[in-house]
Design a protein around this ligand. Structure first.
Ligand SMILES: [Zn+2]
Length: 239
């Protein structure tokens, strides 16, 4: 089976993969604050992991992870708050977003060149679930629906998890994401720091809320999501 990372691929390998498995996988998510217990790259790393699992099974080309994303904003006391800051109602250092139009333009440019290169399917996976981020991806999915290369926008909101793989009220940086990150690398989660800052407690990231975080749950969730995505790609590409 043919599978390459774009950045380490030679042109002859590109020609081979385009003639047998013209799929490119694109993980995209911003650097974002996920509480004291998680790393800033959480969303991008989980998106990349899902795509790697799919890539392992179907082959194709894995594009370098784009640490780019957008979110909602509101003004409070003359200050613009982004994403989780809106829920916390205060500034939280760490997140790096781009404006929605910039995300659209950047992705649109990247997809244009992937289509020009000869790919027939681009799978754009976001680990970041902000409404504005998903809207951009869905807009591109629609715009490419009648073009030579199709765009499949993917995020875990599309997955219908079986009982036991999702909590009653999935939270940003909560049990689900924390467990997933643990299954990717134990060093990406610092359990001792859960709820160790006032803003964490304010947005619900408490020891009590996260007491069931575990590696196995994370692994099962990521595998389940990857299997759902594989089904979707197979049906769209008649594989
Ligand atoms: Zn996240």
């Amino acid at each position: 089976m043919m599978k390459y990372r774009y950045e380490t691929m030679f042109p002859h390998q590109l020609r081979e993969v385009l003639s047998s498995k013209p799929i490119v996988y694109l993980p995209i998510s911003p650097i974002e604050w996920h509480g004291e217990h998680l790393i800033f790259g959480t969303d991008a790393f989980r998106a990349r992991k899902v795509l790697e699992l799919v890539w392992d099974e179907l082959g194709g080309v894995l594009f370098p992870t784009l640490f780019i994303g957008t979110d909602g904003t509101k003004i409070k006391d003359g200050e613009k708050l982004w994403g989780m800051e809106m829920f916390a109602e205060e500034k939280i250092p760490g997140s790096v977003f781009v404006q929605k139009d910039n995300l659209y333009n950047l992705l649109n440019d990247v997809l244009f060149f992937l289509e020009k290169t000869g790919f027939k399917m681009a799978v754009v996976c976001s680990g970041h679930m902000a409404k504005e981020q998903i809207e951009v991806i869905e807009r591109l999915e629609n715009e490419y629906s009648s073009r030579v290369m199709k765009v499949l926008g993917w995020h875990w909101g599309k997955v219908k998890y079986p009982e036991g793989l999702v909590s009653a009220n999935p939270m940003h940086a909560g049990i689900e994401e924390s467990s997933e990150m643990m299954s990717i690398d134990l060093g990406y989660v610092d359990l001792d720091r859960i709820g160790s800052n006032t803003v964490d407690v304010k947005v619900g990231l408490t020891r009590e809320a996260l007491k069931n975080v575990n590696e196995k749950l994370g692994e099962k969730r990521l595998n389940y999501e990857a299997q759902c995505l594989i089904k979707e790609i197979k049906s769209l590409m008649n594989l």
